[in-house]
Design a binder for this molecule. Structure first.
Ligand SMILES: [Zn+2]
Length: 247
């Protein structure tokens, strides 16, 4: 293939721009904010689960406490009734009196036990409420952090997008000056060579694969006409000759 030395040198500009575009794309994909946001999403889901669990526990404890309080009340009513009968002098039989007094004593013990249960439930409720409050506060912090990191990521993406758009525009104008056939070859090589389809020959070395040309290959390049498009024998990229080539 033949192309003017100027067109060949324009490929070096394209290669620089493509390297820059590749770098920007890599930066876009590997923004630290992406990993941060992923971690925050996981944390947020964990907290949502913790809040749901605590809310369920609170509802269960409220129900249990209400039931225990009703039980206490029932026992208290029963004691009052027994007390009324004892105090009202309605019980004459000694056996009945004894049995009633023993029932009151037993009901008092039962009342004490139930009141213990209520206290214990209140303590458990307090602990569950504290866990709920902590998870709620953490969820708030995570939401704030997520908003801040998202804003940082969006700013970085906007900056990268701007730089990429600028490089794209420059690339279009440089590519417009390159003959179609040469550009097609460059683009094909670019696809198969990690985004760079042409490299400078600098002091006898291919800047694409960083391999120095053998004396034989160097002599072949020396012998080639300036408008001959030469390729690196090692990486097959278009080898562009400049004043720095050491020929
Ligand atoms: Zn090479």
């Amino acid at each position: 293939m033949k192309a003017s030395p100027e067109a060949q040198q324009a490929l070096l500009e394209l290669a620089d721009l493509d390297t820059e575009l590749g770098r920007l794309d890599h930066r876009r994909r590997t923004l630290p904010e992406n990993a941060e946001l992923e971690a925050l999403t996981v944390r947020s889901a964990e907290l949502r689960d913790a809040i749901t669990l605590a809310d369920t526990q609170l509802a269960d404890l409220d129900r249990e406490q209400a039931r225990a309080e009703r039980d206490v009340e029932q026992v208290r009513v029963r004691i009052d009734k027994d007390r009324d009968r004892l105090d009202g002098g309605k019980v004459s039989s000694a056996r009945e009196l004894e049995s009633l007094q023993s029932e009151v004593a037993s009901l008092r013990r039962r009342q004490g036990d139930l009141e213990e249960v209520v206290l214990e439930l209140m303590e458990r409720r307090e602990a569950a409420q504290a866990a709920r409050d902590a998870a709620g506060a953490d969820a708030g912090t995570v939401a704030e952090e997520t908003a801040a990191v998202s804003a940082r990521r969006d700013a970085a993406l906007a900056e990268i997008g701007e730089a990429a758009a600028k490089a794209d525009r420059t690339r279009s104008s440089v590519a417009a000056g390159v003959p179609n056939e040469l550009l097609a070859l460059y683009d094909k090589l670019r696809d198969t060579h990690g985004g760079v389809g042409a490299a400078m020959l600098r002091r006898g070395r291919c800047e694409g694969c960083h391999v120095s040309l053998s004396t034989v290959d160097l002599n072949t390049v020396r012998a080639a006409a300036p408008d001959e498009v030469v390729r690196c024998e090692e990486c097959r990229r278009i080898l562009v000759r400049t004043a720095e080539s050491g020929l």
